[in-house]
Design a protein around this ligand. Structure first.
Ligand code: 1CP
Length: 350
């Protein structure tokens, strides 16, 4: 069993223990808005960074060194699972990820190979060991995966899309085929996250970036159901699980009967309403609108205050953005964000 450090602010707040201030980290904190990340990327392509433990360690630590965030997140991508299952993965400069061939027919689903998936992803375990050794008990490391539904969108569409035509066609015309794929992905994700926990991550997060394209009544059977299965599967490890869904309170509500410790709240949702509906059972993470970070320091202060006031001096909140940081955010504004979260939340907790 992996020992969870009791002195991590991030873990204490998830457990609703008293905290001296609100912990803060930001989704996509390692990435293109950081000049030191771009320096690494000038020399190495994205997949090479993910697959080389020394490089993955370096970029995971970059935002920790700069901002002293209260949690680090493993540098990797959700699409390493489809690749490990047998799809071909490329990241085309300025066009985003491409998976081929698209998964459209039963026979393509049958070629997906769950056997030895941990071995094909062993570079992730190696990176985790190196990162936790560098962090040396000072900052917890969060492992992650995409949710089965979000992974399925990329596997079926093959590339980023606006209308999700292929997966929605499958959803309505071949729902059994989509469920078969989601079952395979549920096993892959559960085993992958168990491997990450055994390698040393102190928490895990499931990103359901695209669950919000489902009509509300289909969110439970095609996305929430599988996320809950994974959270239940990981219960045996003493490690907090966060479920992040993007698509408003109606989706977050459908995670209420899960065995997760924390629910990630997107920027479209009223955090106060989320707290009223979910806060008695879960810690909440979020939910500053990422575009606030284009604003002046005064606007950032005002909006951070609004988010922090929802919890006041209570524990059970991890400050984050309501989705990933955008690549052209000025670094200076991230310093302002971290400073004001620390200053205001210290006052609220004193
Ligand atoms: O340098 C580059 O050009 C690559 C840009 C990049 C980065 C920095 C991609 C390609 N992925 C990542 C890292 C990443 N991805 C992390 C770790 C870094 C950190 O958080 O500090 C994480 C947690 C992810 C997760 C991820 N990848 C998600 C879920 C979270 C979210 O933001 O919604 C998704 C949907 C992806 C797919 C993906 N990977 C990369 C891109 C550009 C995309 C989005 C494609 C699209 O628009 O649909």
């Amino acid at each position: 069993m992996v020992k969870v450090e009791e002195n991590f602010l991030y873990i204490q707040s998830i457990k609703k223990q008293p905290v001296k201030r609100t912990p803060v980290w930001i989704m996509r904190q390692a990435g293109r808005y950081l000049p030191e990340y771009m320096k690494v990327r000038k020399k190495h392509d994205f997949i090479t960074v993910c697959k080389t433990p020394e490089l993955a360690t370096e970029v995971t630590l970059q935002p920790i060194r700069r901002f002293g965030f209260d949690a680090a997140i493993l540098f990797s991508d959700i699409l390493v699972i489809p690749e490990a299952l047998g799809q071909n993965l490329e990241f085309l400069e300025n066009h985003g990820p491409k998976l081929s061939p698209q998964i459209l027919e039963d026979k393509q689903i049958q070629t997906l190979d769950l056997q030895d998936i941990e071995a094909r992803l062993s570079y992730v375990g190696d990176a985790i060991k190196m990162i936790t050794s560098e962090l040396n008990g000072k900052t917890p490391l969060i492992g992650f995966s995409g949710s089965p539904f979000t992974l399925a969108t990329y596997m079926i569409e093959g590339k980023p899309t606006r209308n999700f035509k292929y997966i929605k066609k499958m959803l309505y015309h071949e729902p059994g085929r989509l469920s078969t794929l989601l079952e395979i992905l549920t096993e892959a994700v559960s085993r992958y996250l168990a491997m990450q926990i055994e390698a040393g991550v102190q928490a895990v997060q499931l990103f359901d970036t695209w669950g919000g394209i489902l009509p509300v009544h289909l969110y439970e059977p095609f996305s929430a159901h599988y996320m809950k299965k994974i959270a239940a599967e990981l219960k045996k490890y003493d490690v907090p699980v966060t479920l992040f869904s993007k698509g408003g309170i109606e989706l977050a509500k459908q995670l209420a009967d899960s065995e997760a410790s924390m629910i990630g709240i997107d920027w479209m949702t009223d955090l106060r309403e989320a707290k009223n509906l979910l806060g008695h059972k879960f810690a909440l993470q979020g939910n500053l609108d990422p575009t606030t970070l284009y604003g002046s320091h005064d606007i950032i202060r005002k909006e951070v205050k609004r988010v922090l006031n929802v919890f006041g001096g209570e524990s059970g909140h991890v400050f984050n953005l309501g989705h990933g940081i955008l690549p052209d955010i000025p670094v200076d504004n991230v310093y302002q964000l971290v400073d004001v979260v620390r200053e205001i939340s210290t006052d609220l907790h004193s």
